[in-house]
Write a protein that binds this ligand. Sequence first.
Ligand code: AKB
Length: 317
Amino acid sequence: MKKILIVGAGGQIGSELVPHLRSLYGNNNVVAADISVEKCKHLAEDGPFEELNVLDKDKYISIVRKYGIDSIFNLVALLSATGEKNPELAWNINIGALTNSLNIAKDNNCAVFTPSSIGAFGKDTPKDKTPQDTLQRSNTTIYGVCKVTGELLSDYYFNRFGVDTRSVRFPGLISYVTLPGGGTTDYAVEIYYDAIRKGTFTCNVKAGTYMDMMYMPDALRAVVELMEADPTKLKHRNSFNIAAMSFEPEQIAAEIRKHIPGFTMDYQIDPVKQAIADSWPNSMDDSCAHEEWGWKAEYNLQNMTTDMLVKVKEKFE
Ligand code: AKB
């Protein structure tokens, strides 16, 4: 990777992936793009930035050519719960961003990274230690439909046109820089903010709901390691299971209580999020990522919680 373009740069992943890639490859070699500069002023200050509606194919092409881009990171997506509020919009944005990215990559010789998700699995998928290659009838959310489509289409562009497409199935991502928006796993970020600010948290998924989660530093490292991996070693491409930890709400609350003894949690279930969470795996088997490109998580619930509480506290001081 020499000249990188990140579209959807202002979201939860992009706001940390852009600085991370800039620190590795140089500020001028990483172009950030988002629909408006307003929500990502910090990215525009530190390196090249372009305002781009990713559905505007002509402008997208002109940016790729202007900077001589060779790697596209397509981070544009409406998340799972937001998608259910307007499925048509979610399909148009998520798949529109993907098809434009793939076609532009094909015509301009670029590699493409597009995140997939635990949302690519459905209620009939084996729930525990979900295998890399398994049933993916993710047909109860538009987000899941988009993720399965994205995996297949990305593999097709590799098989048919030789586009260097690669992807990981992200668990719920936990971070302190930018809040996620409209995801089912968002509770696992919000709990840290409320623990610091209020000492109490109302959880919107039931006790006993296990989902895979990952701390952002591991997620950023996974993206770089996969994109730098030797292509001859990759038997899979779109998309690799990657795992770090799996927990249910009572376990994260108990971990927070080790640092904030009076912390309390109650429940007010969001039926849409609960149904989505119930259709997702409890935990994923990431042995293919380990074997094919050496993936290994560094953060678990314990060391992530220690770091998150320090960092979130600093934000409010
Ligand atoms: C969501 O909850 O929608 C996302 C995801 C797991 O893909 N965080």
